[in-house]
Design a protein around this ligand. Structure first.
Ligand code: FAD
Length: 340
């Protein structure tokens, strides 16, 4: 068993998913942490499958991967379950990594469990944080243990999960929760071309057509977000929030209650069952600050909360708080911004 941390790199049509590079960045931090704690070297290795992927292979290296295993095969051009699982399971058996990380995307959520069940190992889904260290249980010390952290019981507790006995330890990680390293263009890594073991008989899925789903908004890369909750009151009330967001160059987000009330499309929902964001500025308007909402935004660099209840939980995490009515505060903020 190696000490290495693997990251499955998701690529779609020649573009690597942001979450994969976020995970390479996180794996690099974990490897450094473990090395500092124990003196043991841990390498970060990326897995890239697809067709004509040579150019893409340099990308994970810039974010911290020491080695990229590439399997180039036209039958791996798009994700399909059987060939991807077969190739990955085979590589795991040969290389014995300690940890494997996947983005909690549709692909990662499909592939991770298939690999886990093939290898009879565990998988923690939808992690929001990861740590690494040794773990002691019943007089035994286990090394290189991944602490897999995620909300549980409807978001009411944050659970830390370890699986010390079964290796590799595997987790899917939510998009947007891990910070992206600054790319180092001068970094050099090893590219390992692995022959494909896919056979035509493995290709049980035929892709007839790929249709791009239009997303109302992609908040994961937003730098400034104005978010509205039930305190906004009505769908029309959201127009005021939307107008304010536009004025200050922000993207528009919402709590789940606001989405459920039909004020705005679900693509705008931030939180445990929405997207996770980490903008430079998050302005929460009429949002109480339930734990499930906070799970998606509490990593924002600066949080401003506007709420008419001085005891609203959102004020516990806000850097600046305004106690007041939305309809009163927002026009004043807009006016002040325009006057600048
Ligand atoms: P409320 O809790 O009703 O809060 C409205 C706030 O607005 C109050 O604080 C009130 O004081 C204030 N207010 C009212 N009128 C005004 C006014 N005129 N001016 C100023 N302030 C005013 N929630 C999410 O957001 N995202 C998720 O992903 C999510 N996932 C969930 C998953 C599970 C399994 C569960 C159980 C719940 C989830 N929730 C999620 C729901 C969450 O628990 C809360 O119910 C929700 O976040 C509340 O939304 P809200 O703050 O807009 O509404």
């Amino acid at each position: 068993m190696s000490n290495n941390i693997w990251v499955f790199i998701q690529q779609d049509d020649g573009k690597i998913a942001d979450v994969s590079l976020q995970l390479v960045s996180k794996a690099t931090d974990l490897a450094r942490d473990y090395n500092n704690k124990t003196g043991e070297a841990v390498q970060v290795e990326a897995l890239l499958f697809g067709e004509n992927i040579k150019e893409m292979a340099a990308e994970p290296v810039k974010y911290g991967a020491d080695r990229v295993f590439c399997v180039d095969d036209s039958r791996l051009k798009y994700y399909t379950p059987v060939p991807y699982t077969k190739v990955l399971v085979d590589l795991i058996k040969k290389e014995n990594p300690q940890i494997i990380l996947y983005g909690a995307t549709t692909t990662g959520r499909d592939l991770g469990p298939r690999v886990a069940s093939s290898l009879k190992v565990g998988l923690t889904a939808d992690c929001t944080d990861l740590q690494i260290g040794d773990y002691e249980s019943k007089g035994e010390t286990y090394s290189n243990i991944l602490y897999q952290i995620r909300p549980a019981f409807g978001g009411n507790i944050v659970a830390t999960i370890v699986s010390p006995e079964k290796k590799p330890q595997m987790a899917t990680v939510r998009e947007g929760v891990m910070k992206l390293n600054e790319p180092d263009l001068s970094r050099k890594g090893e590219i390992v071309n692995v022959p494909s073991i896919v056979e035509d008989a493995d290709c049980l899925t035929e892709i007839i057509e790929r249709v791009q789903q239009d997303k109302a908004v992609n908040l994961t890369a937003s730098q400034i977000i104005v978010a509205g909750g039930m305190g906004v009151g009505t769908k029309e009330g959201f127009d005021i929030i939307a107008d304010f967001a536009k004025t200050i160059g922000a993207d528009l987000a919402a709590s789940r209650a606001a989405v459920d009330a039909g004020f705005i499309h679900k693509d705008h929902q931030v939180g445990q069952t929405g997207v996770t964001v980490r903008p430079k500025l998050y302005i929460a308007c009429g949002i109480s600050g339930a734990i499930q909402h906070r799970a998606g935004m509490d990593q924002s660099a600066k949080i401003i909360a506007i709420n008419n209840d001085p005891d609203a939980p959102i004020f516990q995490i806000a850097h600046y708080g305004i106690v007041g009515e939305i309809n009163d505060v927002i026009p004043k903020l807009k006016k002040a911004f325009k006057a600048k």
